[in-house]
Write a protein that binds this ligand. Structure first.
Ligand code: ZN
Length: 277
């Protein structure tokens, strides 16, 4: 039982550990190894599996992360609900460093990532069905509400909603790209929010994101542009309160058996062809 969890937390840049007293679990998946071991522990009576998205010590750039293995590994230890903190750039001047955004939409501008489990590839003798999941609302509303409430309880008024634009990276945007993203009214820009969100949907997992603004993106500021050092510095300054918000957000989530959102039936009863873990 100590290897089982109900909630997953995927930590982003600068966020490499979550709970203190953890079991480290190595999980193999049909898609290869996840970014790192899972670190399973407990907070407030809830079993949580933590996965550092970029690996301990940050050795994986966003476009090399094995997103399929990461989500598969979390599901295989029992996780059905995921909170996904990440570092992002603010696209609007009002969303400066230290702003917490709980997005309700995303725009995918990635280019080269495996973003489905259902691509017809043979897997252990099974051929996945062709399935088109509904993705109109990419985030779990229950998880969003749990996160917004937790932030408010910490006196950190979050931006409730907004669009996260996900770029391929690893470079940051040009000023022209950034101004274009901002002109669409999008709130923040990151590099990891997709395909994580859609792969969670394909595995019938609840998934919501907590996007911490670490800098103003190139189109919204007038200085030299974003640097990775600046991202890590601001993330580090906010890490303790973000961790506090996550503990409370975990506590606010329903048990897996009490989920009322549509996430748990996103395959609509279709036969996936592969056996979900
Ligand atoms: Zn859900």
């Amino acid at each position: 039982m100590s290897e089982q969890a109900e909630i997953g937390v995927i930590g982003g840049s600068g966020f490499y550990s979550f709970l203190d007293d953890v079991s480290e679990i190595t999980v193999e998946t049909p898609y290869g190894p996840p970014s790192d071991s899972l670190f399973v522990g407990e907070t407030g009576g809830r079993r949580v599996a933590f996965l550092p998205r970029h690996g301990r010590g940050h050795h994986l750039p966003p476009h090399r992360i094995n997103y399929r293995a990461n989500l598969w590994a979390l599901r295989s230890v029992g996780v059905r609900q995921i909170l996904a903190p990440c570092a992002v750039g603010g696209l609007q001047p009002k969303y400066g460093p230290g702003t917490l955004v709980v997005p309700d939409q995303l725009v995918d501008r990635t280019k080269s990532r495996a973003q489905t489990y259902f691509d017809g590839e043979e897997l252990g003798g099974n051929r996945p069905s062709i399935i088109h999941v509904t993705f109109a609302d990419p985030y779990c509303e229950t998880g969003r509400r749990a996160s917004v409430r937790a932030a408010r309880d910490h006196g950190w008024e979050p931006v409730d909603g907004g669009t996260m634009c996900v770029i391929e990276g690893p470079r940051f945007s040009t000023r022209a790209e950034s101004r274009w993203h901002a002109a669409q009214g999008w709130a923040v820009v990151g590099m990891t929010g997709h395909p994580e969100a859609v792969l969670a949907r394909e595995l019938e997992l609840c998934y919501s994101s907590l996007a911490l603004v670490t800098d103003l993106d190139a189109g919204a500021e007038t200085g030299e542009g974003v640097s990775h050092e600046e991202v890590l510095r601001v993330f580090g300054e906010n890490l303790d309160r973000l961790r506090g918000v996550l503990f409370d957000a975990v506590a606010n989530l329903p048990t897996n058996g009490e989920r009322k959102c549509p996430c748990g039936s996103s395959l609509g009863g279709q036969e996936p062809g592969i056996v979900l873990p």
